[in-house]
Design a protein around this ligand. Structure first.
Ligand SMILES: Cc1cc2nc3c(=O)[nH]c(=O)nc-3n(C[C@H](O)[C@H](O)[C@H](O)COP(=O)(O)OP(=O)(O)OC[C@H]3O[C@@H](n4cnc5c(N)ncnc54)[C@H](O)[C@@H]3O)c2cc1C
Length: 382
C-alpha cells in the first residue's frame, strides 16, 4: 500500500515509536483487556511518557507542539493492528478543544495533565433523548454564585471509566436553544454528585470503556466554563467536528487496509478443492476491489489532510470522508470476513473483531444520514 502523501521523515520516526509501543505494550495484553472491557489507566501514562498523547498539544502546555498530522499517524498505527479499544482519538479531541477555546489559565491547568497521560479525557455530548439532535439536550449547568450546578445524564461516552477530565455539553440557558449551550470542564476525582453507570454491553469495540454518566446537583466552579463566554458551546462543537470526521475517515482507511492484509494472508494459505483460495477468481476480484477502493479513498484523505493543514477543510468535505470511508470499511470487512468462511465468524479471528468494530463507524461522530444532510445543505447554498 503506498504511503500517505503527507508523511515526512519526522512522521515516519514518530510512527515507528508508536508501532513499537503498541507491539510491546498493547498487543500482549489485548485478550485480557478485552475481557476487562477497558484499557488500563497505566497504559495511558506510558503513552504519555513517550509523547504520543500530547503530540499536537502546544509545547507551552506540556505537549510536543507538532501538527495534528502526527495524531493521524497514531491512528494509522492503531488501525494497523486492528484496534479500536484505546480511545486516544477522543482523548486528543479533548485537548484540541482546550487548545482552541480555553483560556490561558485553563490550558495551563489542564493540558499538561492530559498530554502526560496523568489524566484521561472524554467528551460527553450524547444523552438518552438527544444524539443527532444535539440542540435538544436536557443536561443543565445553572449558575449559582461562583459555581454551576450540573444536572442531567449522558450516554455512550467513550473513555468514561478512565476519564479524569470530562468536557460536558450542557445548557447554561435552557430557554436559548443552541445559543444556550456551553462546554463545561469537570475534574471527576472526588466530584460529589457525579456517578458512572454500567459499562455498556456493545456489539464491538470490546476494550473501549463506554458508559453512561450521571450528574446530580454537581457543583463546578464557574471558572470551568471553557472559554470566557457562555452560550458558545454549539459553535465550539461545530468548529471541531470536521476534524473528528476526518479522523473517522482515516480510521476507516486503516481498518480496511488491516482487513485486506489479514485476508490476503489467509487466502494464500487456505486451500479448497486442491487450490489456494487466492487462486479463485471471486477471491481475486473481491480483493482487487478492496485494494482499489482503499487506494482511491486514501488519495481523497491525502487531499483533506492538505486542506486541514492549510486551514481550508470544510464541514461538508470532512462529512464526505466520514460517510464514504465508513461505508467502504463496512463493505471491505464484510467481503474479507466472507473469504474466511466459518473461521471469519469466530471471535478468535481478528477479522471477526474488525467486522464488529466497523459497524459503529457509520453511527458515531454524527450518523451517516446526518453527514449526507450536511453535504446536501452545502449543495443548496451554492
Ligand atoms: C460506541 C459508541 C461510542 C460513542 N462515543 C461517544 C462519545 O464519546 N461522546 C458522545 O457524546 N457520544 C458518543 N456516542 C454517541 C453517538 O455520537 C450517537 O449515538 C450518534 O450521534 C447518534 O445519536 P443517537 O444514537 O441518539 O441516534 P438518533 O439521533 O436517535 O438517530 C437514530 C436514527 O435516526 C436518524 N436520524 C436522526 N436525525 C435525522 C435527520 N435529521 N435526518 C435523517 N435521519 C436522521 C439517524 O441517522 C439514525 O439512523 C457514541 C456512540 C457509540 C455507539
Amino acid at each position: 500500500m503506498p504511503e500517505a502523501a503527507w508523511l515526512a521523515d519526522d512522521h515516519r520516526a514518530f510512527g515507528q515509536t508508536v508501532r513499537k509501543f503498541l507491539e510491546r505494550d498493547y498487543e500482549p495484553h489485548r485478550a485480557r483487556w478485552t475481557r476487562e472491557r477497558r484499557v488500563p489507566h497505566a497504559f495511558w501514562e506510558q503513552a504519555g511518557a513517550l509523547g504520543i498523547l500530547g503530540a499536537s498539544t502546544p509545547v507551552e502546555y506540556g505537549g510536543s507542539g507538532l501538527s495534528r498530522t502526527f495524531d493521524l499517524v497514531t491512528y494509522l498505527e492503531q488501525g494497523r493492528i486492528g484496534d479500536t479499544g484505546w480511545g486516544i482519538g477522543v482523548h486528543n479531541i479533548v485537548q484540541h478543544y482546550l487548545a482552541a477555546f480555553a483560556t490561558d489559565g485553563q490550558k495551563r491547568a489542564w493540558l499538561p495533565r492530559l498530554a502526560s497521560g496523568g489524566w484521561v479525557g472524554a467528551i460527553a455530548m450524547t444523552e438518552p433523548g438527544a444524539g443527532s439532535d444535539l440542540q435538544s439536550i436536557r443536561t443543565t449547568a445553572i449558575a449559582d454564585g461562583n459555581e454551576y450546578v450540573l444536572n442531567g445524564q449522558k450516554t455512550f461516552i467513550s473513555n468514561a471509566a478512565n476519564a479524569d477530565f470530562l468536557i460536558v455539553v450542557a445548557k447554561t440557558d435552557p430557554e436559548a436553544g443552541a445559543r444556550g449551550i456551553s462546554l463545561i470542564a469537570l475534574e471527576t476525582a472526588g466530584a460529589e454528585g457525579f456517578q458512572r453507570g454500567r459499562a455498556l454491553d456493545k456489539l464491538g469495540m470490546d476494550r473501549q470503556d463506554t458508559m453512561e454518566l450521571f450528574f446530580q446537583d454537581l457543583r463546578i466552579p464557574r471558572a470551568n466554563l471553557i472559554g470566557e463566554t457562555e452560550g458558545r458551546g454549539f459553535y465550539q462543537l461545530m468548529g471541531q467536528l470536521p476534524w473528528e470526521r476526518l479522523v473517522i475517515g482515516v480510521c476507516a482507511l486503516a481498518a480496511s487496509r488491516c482487513a485486506l492484509e489479514i485476508t490476503l494472508d489467509y487466502v494464500k494459505n487456505r486451500r479448497a478443492f486442491g487450490q489456494r483460495l487466492m487462486d479463485y477468481q471471486n477471491t481475486r476480484f473481491k480483493l482487487a476491489e478492496a485494494k482499489s477502493e482503499s487506494e482511491i479513498f486514501s488519495a481523497f484523505i491525502d487531499r483533506l489532510v492538505e486542506e486541514l493543514e492549510a486551514g481550508t477543510l470544510t464541514p461538508e468535505r470532512a462529512a464526505m470522508a466520514k460517510w464514504w470511508g465508513s461505508e467502504m470499511q463496512g463493505r471491505i470487512v464484510d467481503n474479507c470476513l466472507q473469504l474466511h468462511g466459518g473461521y471469519g465468524y469466530m471471535n478468535e479471528y481478528r477479522i471477526a473483531e474488525l467486522y464488529r468494530d466497523a459497524r459503529v463507524q457509520r453511527i458515531y461522530g454524527g450518523t451517516n444520514e446526518i453527514m449526507r444532510e450536511l453535504i446536501a445543505r452545502s449543495l443548496d447554498r451554492t
